[in-house]
Design a protein around this ligand. Structure first.
Ligand code: 5GP
Ligand code: MN
Length: 355
């Protein structure tokens, strides 16, 4: 959730989608597999709407093609934000610990690098064909068959095309999954990459009869009261640094495990919180530091356009898109934010003003 991949705007230069040979290889990888074989689908850690929706939408498509042994999974704790707990296809989801170690075909969704697949990354280096379906320009081209389209607003755009090439018609369940994905990554059709093609895809999905109002309410506009109070605590300590980033401004805050415990909430509830600080008019760059363990933080970065935050994230060991990126930070909150400040442009040479 809250991943404005589409915010990076139409990709400039020579970015193109998969070649015909790549499409053919991906179609063959599925078509040549007898329906009794085991297919394992994996998406990135802390799955957002695009990761989960793309994966489950394709998993349902495989079911329609007659595949009986289909598992969908993601690394880490098998826990989903409340928002996704009514998604079609969830019955195909298994905890990472229960995922087959020797599937006959593997597909990866919305992951730019193997590291985003955590403990499941080894499934892509075994004997099985590994199809990588993604839209990150920074995709490292892990796996064996690549369907990577940096011009796509969401991974689900690529999934819809693959389902079409496999002859799977959209039904309301598949469409709901792909709609959640598309709406998530385009920020509900608000970001720059919301092209005519995005709306045309949305029209095809809507034509199946899905309920956009109900879906949006569930995935964007619903949270437990405890989370509302938790957001209050976290937003109250937000810091604005208008002079940072060469005067473009930085806004940041943090949430600890203690904050979560105090309000009886689980970490996934924090995913949309970045949207509540990135709206700050006085700052181009926003940063949310979320504690995942003592001394370990999941950091979300956003820019309104003035800064390439994926460069900041990559320099700190993470990745993402130009206007939405993240990394794992270590130490105290102040140290993590100092590391971000040091990598942002307009704050001296990278590394200079750390600490
Ligand atoms: P979010 O802030 O919503 O978690 O993530 C924003 C974007 O940054 C997404 O495209 C996500 O894939 C990427 N991202 C977030 N955290 C990490 C990380 O630790 N490593 C990498 N490689 N990418 C990340
Ligand atoms: Mn995505």
């Amino acid at each position: 959730m809250g991943e404005p991949a589409g915010a990076e705007g139409p990709v400039a230069g020579d970015a193109t989608g998969p070649t015909e040979a790549e499409w053919a290889a991906a179609v063959a990888a599925v078509r040549d597999l007898p329906p009794d074989r085991r297919v394992l689908l994996i998406c990135h850690v802390n799955p957002d709407g695009d990761a989960l929706g793309s994966m489950l939408g394709f998993a349902l498509g495989l079911r329609r093609l007659g595949y009986r042994a289909v598992q969908a999974t993601f690394p880490g704790r098998p826990e989903l934000p409340e928002a996704f707990q009514a998604m079609p296809g969830l019955d195909l989801l298994v905890p990472a610990a229960a995922a087959w170690t020797d599937p006959d075909l593997v597909l990866s969704f919305d992951a730019a690098s193997a590291s985003r697949l955590g403990e499941l990354a080894d499934r892509l280096t075994g004997p099985a064909t590994a199809v990588v379906i993604d839209h990150h320009a920074s995709n490292t081209r892990f796996g064996t068959v690549h369907l990577v389209d940096p011009t796509a607003a969401a991974t689900s755009v690529v999934v819809e095309q693959l389902l079409d090439r496999l002859g799977v018609p959209l039904d309301v369940e598949i469409a709901e999954c792909l709609y959640v994905a598309l709406a998530t990554d385009t920020g509900s059709f608000r970001f720059e990459m919301t092209t005519p093609a995005v709306h045309e895809m949305a029209a095809r999905l809507l034509a199946t009869g899905l309920r956009p109002g109900e879906i949006s309410r569930r995935i964007f506009d619903t949270r437990p009261f405890g989370a509302v109070r938790l957001y209050g605590d976290v937003l109250r300590r937000t810091r604005l640094e208008p002079e940072a980033v060469g005067g473009r401004g930085l806004v940041w805050t943090y949430a600890t495990l203690d904050d979560l415990a105090r309000h009886r909430q689980r970490p996934p509830v924090l995913e949309p919180l970045i949207d509540s600080i990135r709206c700050t008019a006085e700052a181009d760059v926003s940063c949310l530091v979320k504690q995942v363990a003592p001394g370990e933080w999941a950091v979300s970065l956003r820019s309104k356009g003035g800064v390439d935050v994926s460069a900041v994230a990559v320099a700190l060991g993470g990745g993402g898109h130009r206007l939405a990126a993240g990394f794992t930070g270590r130490g105290e909150v102040e140290e993590v934010v100092a590391a971000v400040r040091a990598e942002l442009p307009g704050t001296g040479e990278p590394g200079e003003d750390q600490g």
